[in-house]
Design a protein around this ligand. Structure first.
Ligand code: HEC
Length: 225
């Protein structure tokens, strides 16, 4: 079995591919040479993926002996990042694995999309810097559902979707978000009000601007706009 996989992998590598399960993909690593493009922000672009993709309760959230992947310090001390050879970083390797018993995150979580893995790889190529307070693109004068959804997709969806969403709350649809908007849980959770679980449960809280967008949307009727 392993021998077969290795042969298969070598075959793919020969034609310049790394995703060894499917030779028809575009080359994985060559799309962005040397981390090209603008700097990726750790706090807003990488950490939310790690928190929702690796930091569920019982996983890499610091609540057990496993590596804590919900803080920059934890990620660095887990020795999963290889700055010399970014594509050989342990974290990239386990994300790329396709066999259910090997991959992270394990089932029932979905395998990360190539785009998400590529973004992480580019961040490592750029030096895996702890970038915070990145020039926020948030403008709270726009408070449509589309805007709210972009925030919940980025910071919440990884845990609140799929077959076992956190707390039984599925935030992949308007109806799902609207339900917790109407019953006060949404603001309670992101404002860390007493009586509510603080959300996201680890990593950074939402920015004040993002919370204002959510509140203004709710106060204006929480419509599907
Ligand atoms: C790392 C996984 C994870 C992320 C990320 C996450 N949640 Fe949760 N959420 C949970 C789990 C699990 C629960 C169930 C309660 C518990 O066990 O803490 C929950 C519960 C909730 C609740 C119910 C809280 C209460 O006390 O009534 C709300 C509302 C909620 N989440 C909203 C959000 C929003 C909004 C975001 C994004 C800003 C978010 N969550 C991000 C895992 C997550």
């Amino acid at each position: 079995m392993w021998k077969n996989l290795i042969v298969l992998k070598a075959g793919c590598l020969l034609v310049g591919l790394v995703l060894f399960n499917s030779c028809k993909h575009e080359p994985f690593w060559n799309s962005q040479q040397n981390g090209g493009g603008t700097d990726i922000c750790f706090e807003t672009e990488i950490l939310p993926d790690l928190v929702s993709g690796c930091g569920r309760s019982g996983c890499h959230n610091g609540g057990n002996s496993k590596d804590n992947l919900t803080t920059y310090a934890g990620l660095m001390s887990a020795q999963m990042i290889n700055l010399e050879k970014p594509e050989e970083s342990k974290i990239i390797e386990v994300l790329l694995k396709t066999k259910d018993s090997d991959r992270m995150p394990p089932p029932p979580d979905a395998r990360w999309s190539d785009a998400k893995i590529q973004k992480l790889l580019r961040w490592i190529e750029q030096g895996a810097k702890n970038t915070t307070n990145c020039a926020a693109s948030c403008d709270s004068s726009v408070f449509t559902f589309t805007k709210v959804k972009s925030i919940t997709d980025q910071y919440c969806l990884g845990c609140h979707s799929g077959s076992t969403p956190g707390g039984g709350i599925n935030l992949s649809t308007y109806a799902g978000v609207k339900a917790i908007a109407d019953n006060g849980q949404l603001v309670g959770a992101v404002r860390h009000q007493s009586g509510f679980e603080a959300m996201p449960p680890s990593g950074s809280p939402l920015s004040e601007c993002n919370i204002r967008v959510i509140e203004k949307w709710i106060n204006s009727g929480a419509s599907n706009n």
